[in-house]
Write a protein of this length. Structure first.
Length: 310
């Protein structure tokens, strides 16, 4: 059994996916079913990894609990984590497995048009896999869980993990993976479509966003941050609701902004758990704005940049 290092300082554990991202960014308006000139590149991604990398940039000691293959992409993923100070002590390289890969195409403004994920390896992040690491996970100041994990695994986390659980819903297809442990979640950050799915309330304006948030709070979530896109972020706790509108932003790439915002929320609670709800929302919006203005999925973000933006 893998156990916690008793001398370790405060740290965050991120349990989730790590991908090799392949992206295409056309330089002109997209012509469907045709070859479009632009930029094609590869970068390390995945919701769990993106959040972990942002946290490491914000000087939070971060351990990414994930799996990756013994292929060429796996070598690149491992090297990237080492360069970015993401600890893989409790991750695992799986022999003969293909590393997780995600491919996406943006339009000429940087907004994503379509993505394809090949993330079957994440099924190996199972209850049995995590049970060997449970002591270390429970020693964390915060445990971030991304919904790329199987629902059964997230259910197990809700039963066995005693560290404060922060959840990232990832997508409408995967947000439901949290449905069985909402009463165990300290902080959840869905977008409005994911929050609509989990609450049963279609979010079309601020009032329906508040209604959806209240339903989710009543299910046991302590704090919820619902991304409303161009309308900002709704921050909710108990009977308090605060909407933080977006900062002025010149968008270069929409991919990764939500992950950066989630990392900023984690950093805020890691740094000061008593920080005012609205201030946490402003920190999240500032981080998302910085990410949107970067061509990278994970910007070279710092705490100083966030505070200057807020």
């Amino acid at each position: 059994m893998i156990t916690k290092n008793e001398s370790a300082d405060d740290y965050v554990v991120v349990i989730g996916g790590m991908n090799m991202d392949i992206y295409g960014m056309p330089t002109n308006e997209v012509i469907n079913r045709d070859s479009n000139p632009g930029v094609v590149g590869m970068t390390v991604g995945g919701v769990g990894q993106n959040i972990a990398q942002n946290l490491a940039h914000l000087d939070v000691p971060t351990y990414l609990i994930t799996v990756y293959g013994d292929d060429y992409n796996g070598q690149l993923l491992q090297s990237s984590c080492e360069r970015n100070n993401i600890h893989l002590d409790y991750a695992s390289e799986l022999k003969g497995e293909r590393s997780s890969t995600y491919m996406y195409i943006t339009d000429d403004t940087g907004d994503m048009l379509v993505g394809v994920n090949d993330m079957g390896i994440c099924k190996n992040i199972s209850p049995e896999f995590l049970a060997q690491r449970l002591d270390f996970i429970n020693g964390a100041k915060i445990c971030l869980v991304d919904a790329n994990l199987e629902k059964a695994t997230i259910d197990w986390i809700g039963t066995h993990v005693t560290a404060p659980i922060f959840g990232d819903t990832v997508s409408c297809a995967k947000a439901e993976h949290f449905s069985g442990i909402l009463d165990k979640v300290e902080v959840l950050k869905p977008n409005k479509l994911e929050a609509s799915l989990l609450s049963g309330v279609e979010i079309v304006d601020e009032e329906t966003a508040k209604e959806a948030a209240q339903i989710l709070l009543d299910k046991g979530i302590q704090k919820i941050f619902i991304s409303l896109g161009k309308d900002g972020i709704l921050c909710a706790h108990q009977n308090k609701f605060v909407i933080i509108h977006p900062y002025r932003t010149i968008m270069a790439n929409a991919n990764g902004a939500g992950d950066c915002g989630m990392a900023a929320i984690i950093w805020s609670y890691f740094d000061n758990p008593a920080r005012h709800l609205g201030e946490v929302g402003r920190i999240a919006q500032a981080a998302s704005s910085i990410a949107l203005e970067s061509s990278k999925s994970v910007p070279d973000i710092t705490v100083d940049q966030i505070m200057k933006k807020t």
